[in-house]
Each structure stands twice: as C-alpha cells, then as structure tokens.
Design a protein around this ligand. Structure first.
Ligand SMILES: *[C@@H]1O[C@H](CO)[C@@H](O)[C@H](O)[C@H]1NC(C)=O
Ligand SMILES: *[C@@H]1O[C@H](CO)[C@@H](O)[C@H](O)[C@H]1NC(C)=O
Ligand SMILES: *[C@@H]1O[C@H](CO)[C@@H](O)[C@H](O)[C@H]1NC(C)=O
Ligand SMILES: *[C@@H]1O[C@H](CO)[C@@H](O)[C@H](O)[C@H]1NC(C)=O
Ligand SMILES: [Fe+2]
Length: 461
C-alpha cells in the first residue's frame, strides 16, 4: 500500500473511532522480535552455593493477610522446609515455621524439591525478614504484611498478565519495579512461564521463570490466577493431569475461602475483596466453581471491604480479533451476579494487548426480546485486559473496527497497570506501556466505588 493511501485509510479509521466514542491509541511501537531470553541470561542464573534455595515466591496464606506462604526450590537434595522469620521491630527474635516439600515428573523432566511453608499469626502492616536454606547457603528476604482489613485502608496493587520470559517480559517487570506508584502486591491474571511453548513443555522453563521473577515474587505477594498455559495437558507425552506443574509449584490459600480447588478462591487485602476465577475449570450450573461463587458473593461485606475485584484469565469483553468469544459462556453464567453484587472491576488477560472498557452489561437477553448487545450500566464492572506482559507469542495487534462503544481505550503495546486504592470511595487506576519512561501514565481513570460512591466514572462521552 502506498504512503498516501495508507495515510488516508488511517485517517478514516481515526474518524470512525472518534465517531464511536472510545479511543484506539495511534501509538506506534518499535517492531521487535519476541523471543524467550536464552538459558544463560543473567535473570536465570541460579544462586551460588550447594543446594541454595531458588525460585523464591510468596503469596497471601490465609483469608485476611495474616499469613504468608513461602515457596522455593532446592535442586541438590531435599534439605529442610524451615523458614526462620522475625519482624523488623522484634530485635531479631526468631520464629521458625516448618513446611514440607513435593516433587513431580513431567514426561522426562524431574522437578527439584519444591518447598512450601506457611507463616501464620503475623502482625498486620509490618515488615518481616525471612531466611531459608541451611549451612553456607542461607538466603534472606523480606516482605510487608498488608494492613488490617478496614474499609478505608489504602493499598496499591500491580496488575500483570501473560508474562512469559522474553526480553519484553523482563522490561515489563523492570517497569513495574520502578513505577513510582509502588505496587505492594501483584494481581496476576494467568499464563506464567509459557514453558508449554517449548518442546515437550520443557519444564526447565518453569524453573527459569521462577528464577527470573524471584527478584519481585520473593518480596511481594503475588495473587495467582491460572491461564491456559498452566493446563499442561499433553496426552501425547502421557501427561493427562491438568495444571500439574502449576499445582506443585504455586500454592494458594484456597481452602481459607471454602474452595475445593486452587483455581478459584478469594482473599481479602486491606479494603479489597479479591475473587479469583478459573476460565479452564468447569463453571456451569451446579459445578463446584459455580456453587462456590454463588455462596462467595453473598459473603462479601462491602462495609468491611468496599472494593470488589475479580481476576479471570479469559476476558468477557475484548474487541481484538484474538480469542473471539472464548470468555462468552462464562460471561453468560456469571455476569448477572457481577451486576447484582456491583463488582468494581474485572481484570483479565489472555489477549496479548491492552484494553479498558466502560461500565457495561449484557444481561437482558431472552429468547424473544433480541436484546443481545452491551449497554451502559453503572452497576456493572469496568473490564480491563492486561494480557500485555510480553510473552513469546507476541502482541495481539488486530482489532475489530470500528471500535465498539463499550471499549474506552485499547492499544497493542506491552505494559502493566496499577490499581491504587485511596479510600472507600476512590481508587486511581493507571496503565504503563513499556516504551515510556517509568513514571509515564498511558491510560488512566479514577474509579468511584460502586457501593459507596456509585456516580458515573466513565471516561468517554
Ligand atoms: C527429554 O527428551 C527430549 C527429546 O527426546 C530430549 O531432547 C531431552 O534431552 C530429554 N531431557 C531429559 C532431561 O532427559
Ligand atoms: C533484565 O532486566 C534487569 C533489570 O532491568 C537487568 O538488570 C537485566 O540485565 C535484564 N536481563 C536481560 C536478559 O534482559
Ligand atoms: C484482522 O481482523 C479482521 C476482522 O476485523 C479479519 O477480517 C482479518 O482476517 C484479520 N487479519 C488477521 C491477519 O488476523
Ligand atoms: C478519598 O480519596 C479521594 C482521592 O484522593 C479524595 O478526593 C477524597 O476526599 C477522599 N475521601 C475522604 C472521605 O477522605
Ligand atoms: Fe492465555
């Protein structure tokens, strides 16, 4: 296509988009190859020392933030599963918690010794140091516990999805770490290592991923949701237990919220009630996930946790041409509940690009009325797709045109987001693309809480 006609086509598209309300960013990014960092990369280096703990990561270990699950891998021998820990102001009076370890095999891969240890009865809002390992190879880390659950407790979440382990993934993580908004915990919307894109789902790539993200996951709790790249279902390799590597490596506190599987559960952090859903576990009527969610939504107390946040891998609203309608059957099952219970925001991934919707719902349809399109609905959540972590599969660049009215902003760039709860009525949300300097906000909105300040917070029209 010649320069002139391309320019004219682009202008036409921009006009069309303006006519339809939302914004399709004209931002042009450098076209680069997206490939996994080579095995000898600095970020994959194993810590030195015999049997040194590696792939350290933590997550909230109970329902309210007074426990932390510490996980790590040792490769030479089981070692022990002890964690020594002390709070900053305890003059190093140490407590010891004992966990256990698991191993698994995947095709011809044998895992290291994967340790999980839960530290309980922690104090809220306190810095803790912790040490793992024995003898010469003790490694020390630290974390902050969240503040006590309280309706006005401020808290800042990072949002990352579909991360993988490419050079772009590394840039995304570096941008999150250097973001002046300073996330305190990460809400991760699924698709961690993309090991399954390597021959035989090479599980060595689960280990390299664990070492790559350790620089953050050892210090901040990451709240895990599962994506399709956690399935690792490979009957051709004799591997038919879904989620096998994920389940062994990443423990979550699902029992604390009455769940029966680690793929759907909830945690309360500060002023937020976070519900994690599973796109790749059954969710039809009478299934365990359905019954759990139905009961869970009734338990949410907005006078204690004003902010109701949902994480799910496969988006319900997505105006790119990728994964078209994949989230549709789950939307049909659960969307009426999300409107009834006034969910503030739903974070999803799966589509490797960025998009933010207005508050919309599509719950009126029955067999005769024909009302099957999304409409503005102030009781409905905003839907954010943050699947732009930068994995090996590359960017999703192809969008449907014109941009649907419900789509407030979309852009095919890698990045991460920040959800910064200020108090029970206001939260500031921002999206940060990797091409910009750390402090630059590429898209943002003020969220008004759906229960305590339910006025129109839309950003278009
Ligand atoms: C697993 O099998 C593949 C393909 O046969 C081979 O390339 C690889 O070296 C094997 N790995 C181990 C740990 O045996
Ligand atoms: C990954 O990012 C970190 C932090 O910016 C940097 O120190 C490291 O060299 C990067 N590694 C690769 C392989 O890009
Ligand atoms: C891009 O999306 C359009 C629909 O908007 C579709 O017709 C076209 O085939 C897609 N192109 C590619 C390369 O996927
Ligand atoms: C809540 O935070 C917003 C944004 O910082 C602020 O404008 C508002 O006054 C705060 N509300 C209260 C009751 O402090
Ligand atoms: Fe995905």
């Amino acid at each position: 296509m010649g320069g002139k006609s391309f320019g004219a086509a682009a202008l036409l598209l921009i006009l069309l988009n303006v006519a339809h309300g939302g914004k399709t960013s004209p931002f042009m990014r450098k076209v680069r190859r997206t490939e996994d960092m080579p095995l000898h990369s600095d970020v994959f280096a194993a810590p030195s020392g015999y049997n040194a703990p590696q792939q350290v990561h933590i997550t909230i270990g109970d329902h309210v933030g007074r426990a932390m699950i510490v996980s790590w891998v040792t490769v030479d021998e089981p070692g022990n599963s002890l964690v020594q820990y002390w709070s900053e102001d305890s003059s190093q009076k140490r407590e010891v918690a004992k966990g256990n370890h698991v191993t698994y095999r995947f095709f011809n891969y044998s895992s290291g010794f994967i340790h999980h240890c839960t530290l309980r009865d922690l104090e809220f809002n306190k810095k803790y140091y912790y040490e793992i390992g024995i003898g010469h190879t003790i490694r020390q880390f630290w974390f902050m516990t969240p503040p006590e659950v309280h309706p006005d407790a401020p808290y800042t979440f990072g949002l990352i999805g579909d991360l993988g382990q490419t050079f772009d993934s590394n840039t995304t993580l570096a941008h999150y770490e250097s973001n002046p908004h300073k996330g305190q915990a990460v809400l991760f919307v699924g698709d961690l290592s993309y090991a399954d894109n390597h021959p035989n789902h090479d599980n060595v790539r689960w280990d390299t991923w664990g070492r790559f993200v350790e620089r953050n996951t050892a210090y901040q709790p990451w709240i895990w949701a599962t994506g399709n790249h956690e399935l690792d279902y490979a009957p051709e390799l004799g591997e038919t237990e879904p989620f096998k590597p994920f389940k062994h490596r990443y423990h979550v506190p699902y029992k604390a919220s009455g769940s029966t599987e680690p793929f759907w559960y909830s945690v309360k952090i500060a002023s937020a009630h976070i519900i994690v859903l599973a796109s790749y576990s059954a969710y039809g009527k009478y299934t365990p996930q359905y019954e759990w969610l139905e009961a869970e939504l009734k338990k949410v107390d907005r006078s204690k946790t004003p902010w109701l946040i949902v994480l799910v891998h496969s988006p319900w609203y997505n105006s790119y041409t990728y994964h078209y309608m994949e989230g549709e059957s789950m939307r049909v099952m659960f969307e009426p509940w999300f409107v009834k219970y006034k969910v503030d925001v739903v974070f999803a991934g799966h589509v490797h690009a960025y998009e933010r919707s207005e508050r919309i719902s599509n719950i009126e349809y029955n067999l005769v009325n024909g009302r099957c399109g999304p409409v503005k609905d102030l009781s409905a959540p905003v839907y954010v797709n943050i699947g732009d972590g930068g994995n090996i599969e590359g960017l999703a660049t192809n969008m449907t045109n014109p941009q649907p009215e419900y789509s407030a902003y979309r852009e095919a760039s890698f990045g991460h987001a920040i959800f910064e709860i200020k108090n029970k009525t206001h939260a500031h949300y921002s999206w940060h693309r990797n091409e910009d300097d750390f402090a630059v906000t590429a898209d943002s909105m003020w969220f008004f809480n759906r229960v305590w300040h339910p006025v129109d917070d839309s950003t278009t029209n």
